[in-house]
Design a protein around this ligand. Sequence first.
Ligand SMILES: Cc1cc2nc3c(=O)[nH]c(=O)nc-3n(C[C@H](O)[C@H](O)[C@H](O)COP(=O)(O)O)c2cc1C
Length: 343
Amino acid sequence: MTTLLTHLDIDRPILAAPMAGGASTPALVTATARAGGLGFLAGGYKSAQALAGQIHTVESEGVPFGVNLFARNPIPVPPKAYQDYARLLQNEADRYGLTLSDTAPLDDDDHWADKIALLVAHPVPWVSFTFGIPDAGTVTSLRRAGTTVLQCVTTPAEARLAVDAGVDALIVQGPAAGGHSATLTPERPVTSIALPDLVTAVRHTVALPVIATGGIATPADVAAVLQAGAQAAMVGTVLLRTDESGASAPHKAALADPDFDTTVITRAFTGRPARALRNHFTDRYSAHAPAGYPALHHLTSPLRKAATAAGDTDLIHLWAGTGFRQARTEPVAHTAERLTGRL
Ligand SMILES: Cc1cc2nc3c(=O)[nH]c(=O)nc-3n(C[C@H](O)[C@H](O)[C@H](O)COP(=O)(O)O)c2cc1C
């Protein structure tokens, strides 16, 4: 089991989670590697070309890194439920002079084939998947190209499916995680379990090496998952306010604002469960939002962009894990040192 860490070739068992939407910059990935850990670029929501540009930037720094993709696992939404939700949100969109889509729900595969073709033709050391599990043929192509393939899972049953697909290792995500849940069954409620217990349960079920993620924000959290047998801790939220993070200014500010004091799991923003700071949007719309991904993501995207540009935290998806109070304005290297210095 030490093979993964040796293979990771890192000095500290700390990984920077991929964070799509802007937070995971090449600078954050490079700084994590320089601090002795390993960082992941977020390929989600990007074209293959944009991803290739970020890969090039990190490669030119000469550090190891990974790339994360959203694997296809759409949640269809009935057109009527979608249109009712669009109508409900129009009230908020009026503040920004926007008309929310009253057309059919949008589907897309987030440029899946192009990004896989890029990663096969231009292999990177690590690739991780979330939302769905790629078919075994895709996993084989990446592994043949020399890439180590990781799958994000949230239950022992999902871990078994990842083993069947032939991945090298697992990222075990607990329910305290910020941002989208990696669940393969997003229409079901996310079950509550402490991360070390989830790591233990997965390790009792499958033999693959495990990286733990979700709510890790203190040295004690890191120690607890290593104690449970994880080979490394992957952190997201605790990096959001770092100097190298590309999170938006209102997002960074909200994480430190005493007015935001709790997180909730909601599908109100994207139609897929995700943990965010509780705000006006989560309070008002969580109970009304149908499951439906990526349709709801596309529906609310213009509203969230306008709100972010205006600094209107009532309407922004303020992704955050439960450890958000530990996110500090500092270089990534300091966060990595703080979390693992005494190990
Ligand atoms: C802003 C944000 C964006 C995220 N985007 C992605 C992503 O693109 N791909 C992914 O696999 N996980 C994503 N996640 C989840 C992280 O990979 C990880 O599971 C989570 O951050 C761990 O919990 P923590 O935030 O409490 O550290 C995101 C999390 C956050 C906070």
